[in-house]
Design a protein around this ligand. Structure first.
Ligand SMILES: CC(C)(COP(=O)(O)OP(=O)(O)OC[C@H]1O[C@@H](n2cnc3c(N)ncnc32)[C@H](O)[C@@H]1OP(=O)(O)O)[C@@H](O)C(=O)NCCC(=O)NCCS
Length: 187
């Protein structure tokens, strides 16, 4: 099994949209209504939205392939809070889950976070998405708060915000600052 991580480009957009639908149907049916799935997919995975994000300098899209086949993707972005990065999307094909692909994508985002001097990686996950919460817990995230966000059309995102610190508890803050500076220099 040959696993490769790369950057999503414009030619990948139709495949990313199709994979998103497949994964969302598998993951969210039973958690949110079908109408909300359709609304959120259209809102987040339409071609112009994806192309706009790919062109942004503060949003990154990664893809993971298994034997040349698209098996998952992640996107991450800098938040308004200094030194904080958000794992905005993390999706792995249902037939490829529990093989460590999600963990590989998270590691990729953590490397980018360090290279950009970030201290915290956050994400939002539906409170009823037990599979993803278990995966994030396994990869070192803890629940920071609960939020309920109105996304229009009568739908809400009823989420936990989970966070993972990039600061090693055994290293004094200055040393972390130096490590981040070095990471920036190498980026
Ligand atoms: C969350 C997700 C990206 C994790 O990807 P992955 O490739 O399976 O992740 P990893 O293989 O690195 O880690 C898997 C871990 O997740 C947890 N997990 C995954 N599926 C699980 C399940 N059905 N039941 C319980 N735990 C599960 C386990 O801790 C598992 O570790 P284990 O296999 O050693 O027990 C994937 O499950 C997914 O795409 N889910 C649907 C979409 C989604 O909900 N995305 C998150 C949006 S916030």
């Amino acid at each position: 099994m040959q696993i490769e991580i790369g950057t999503v480009s414009a030619v990948d957009v139709p495949a990313i949209s199709a994979l998103a639908r497949l994964i969302w149907q598998d993951a969210y049916l039973g958690i949110i209504p079908q109408k909300q799935i359709d609304f959120m997919l259209e809102q987040r995975y339409n071609a112009s939205c994806l192309l706009e994000e790919l062109a942004s300098s503060s949003i990154w899209w990664d893809r993971i392939t298994v034997d040349g086949q698209l098996a998952g993707f992640a996107s991450s972005l800098l938040t308004a809070i200094p030194r904080e990065i958000k794992l905005d999307k993390l999706y792995v094909h249902p037939a490829r889950q529990r093989l460590g692909l999600g963990g590989r994508l998270i590691s990729q985002v953590l490397e980018r976070a360090s290279a950009n001097g970030c201290e915290t990686l956050i994400l939002a996950v539906n409170k009823r998405n037990e599979r993803a919460i278990a995966a994030y817990s396994k990869h070192g995230f803890t629940v920071r708060e609960a939020v309920c966000v109105d996304i229009g059309r009568g739908f809400v995102m009823d989420d936990f915000i989970m966070a993972k610190s990039l600061i090693s508890p055994n290293i004094p803050p200055n040393a972390n600052a130096n490590a981040n500076a070095n990471a920036n220099a190498n980026a």
